[in-house]
Design a protein around this ligand. Sequence first.
Ligand code: SAM
Length: 243
Amino acid sequence: MILHRSLLAFLALALIAPASADDAPKPPTPLYETRAEHDGNGIGKFFMGREIAHVMGHQAADWLERPQREAEERTDQLVDSLKFREGEVVADVGCGSGFISRKIARKIGPTGIMYGVEIQQEMLDRLMTNMKKFDIATVKPVLGTTTDPKLPAASCDTMIMVDVYHEFDFPYEMIQNMIAGLKSGGRIVFVEYRKEDPTVPIKEVHKMSVVQIKKEMTAHPQLEFAELIPTLPRQHIIVFKKK
Ligand SMILES: C[S@@+](CC[C@H](N)C(=O)[O-])C[C@H]1O[C@@H](n2cnc3c(N)ncnc32)[C@H](O)[C@@H]1O
């Protein structure tokens, strides 16, 4: 009987114990580094060897809606390749004016939920004006902070960042808080201009390599690399899953 009780206690402990120590976050120390010598388009703050870019101001939002964007970036192909299902809960983190949000909102349909997350209220205002214009009612605006997207816990199937992650002032904290908002098995999708390709006409600190993104995600062992979709003309699509 004593043996039986201790076996039960062991099993109960195993069930309530947190995920294995291998899944504990592994932030680098120091987390961030400031360098006096740096790219003028960056903020002089580095994460795991990469300089963080300036945030794109809302004053430049028309660039996100430029007519030639579809031909340059093939955003329809981007959205198709991620195979969104009807009824999915998706967060477009750093949604800007909602160019990508509205394409995804059409895929997930009226039963889906699309959170449009921004740190600039002016972008959220544009997002909602555009959703009204395109008659899409499933987008919910969320004003986040530079460390936290302020999403409900374990609520999202997919979180996507299109041309956003490299601008995060606090990339480690943002991804940790995004993981908290993801369902188990949910996806975090990075869409970033290819740093490996010098012909991509974008400023250097606004591009990212696959190697660097994978390196930065080693700080978040709750995530595992899922796939690299190489089909876009200028950007990587890199998908991680929450274990
Ligand atoms: C280059 S724009 C891309 C907008 C949109 N994803 C698109 O492709 O049309 C980057 C956006 O990310 C937002 N951003 C930067 N850091 C953020 C953060 N920590 N949380 C949410 N949004 C952020 C900026 O305010 C800006 O609107």
